[in-house]
Design a protein around this ligand. Structure first.
Ligand SMILES: [Zn+2]
Length: 268
């Protein structure tokens, strides 16, 4: 895959592992060695060294998660620009006046996108819910996959947990977690989406999203058990969560009362 892309203004960019880098400069005395900086300059110090399109070195960790969607969009837009330029460059001026309008072109793209990304209908009940393989995988870049389905209890009280498998290690080393549920974005037939974020690399990152069938205590218990099975030895020092979870989390993560460092906060 061509990792080199171009922005609308012609700025040279490079994609790697779900991150986008902007061209900075070439090495003095070695034009083939290129230096790139993360496109979120100012907030992220990550940099990349490449030679002839191959990555030699990454420096510093990113202060944010990767964005496969963002990378794919940037690649698609670059390809689209190339395609349009190549298609139009040889069209005589008289014929150019007859080209479809911007809105007509937009409609063509939209129609095609709907065909490619047709989403299955929402299931009426849990028994009907069968996860397609493409929803179980997280693709950092074309050809590089990791598991995105972390756990599915497949029980009557269905709990499904999504998140990048590789990011569970951040949960393990992070001292501070943030946990809360939300209802408004929850797809039926689930009742709520519960999210756990972790502090890491100077930022706070979402680690997993759990679809829960209700807000019963044993459901939360089961959810955290499932996460512990997916990533054993989790020992958070601080969890910012609703007061009602304190006792439950003490049990799950075996925090002796005396060394308890859990904090409580209102809604995230
Ligand atoms: Zn970055």
């Amino acid at each position: 895959m061509d990792r080199q892309i171009q922005s609308k203004r012609g700025v040279e960019k490079f994609t790697y592992n779900g991150f986008i880098y902007v061209f900075d400069k070439c090495s003095k005395g070695d034009d083939s060695l290129k230096f790139w900086r993360c496109e979120r300059r100012g907030r992220c110090n990550a940099r990349l060294h490449t030679r002839d399109g191959n990555v030699l070195k990454e420096t510093a960790n990113h202060a944010h998660d990767s964005s496969v969607g963002g990378v794919e969009v940037a690649i698609a837009l670059t390809n689209l620009r190339k395609l349009i330029n190549n298609s139009i460059v040889n069209v005589p001026p008289a014929a150019q006046a007859c080209l479809p309008s911007t809105s007509a072109l937009r409609k063509i793209v939209r129609r095609k996108r709907r065909q490619i990304h047709a989403v299955p209908a929402n299931p009426i009940n849990m028994n009907e819910l069968i996860l397609a393989e493409r929803y179980k995988i997280y693709q950092t870049q074309v050809g590089v996959d990791e598991s995105f389905l972390l756990a599915d209890n497949e029980e009557d009280q269905r709990i499904i947990i999504f998140g990048r498998r590789s990011w569970l290690q951040h949960l393990q080393v992070s001292n501070t977690w943030y946990a809360d549920g939300t209802f408004s974005v929850t797809p039926r037939p689930f009742y709520q989406v519960y999210v756990v974020l972790a502090e890491r690399f100077g930022g706070v990152h979402p680690i997993f999203y759990a679809l829960l069938p209700n807000k019963q205590r044993n459901t939360y218990h089961r959810m955290f058990q499932m996460i512990k099975e997916a990533q054993p030895n989790l020992m958070p020092r601080t969890i910012n969560c609703d007061f009602e979870f304190l006792q439950l989390l003490r049990i799950i993560f075996r925090k002796p009362q005396s060394t308890d460092v859990f904090f409580i906060c209102p809604k995230i």
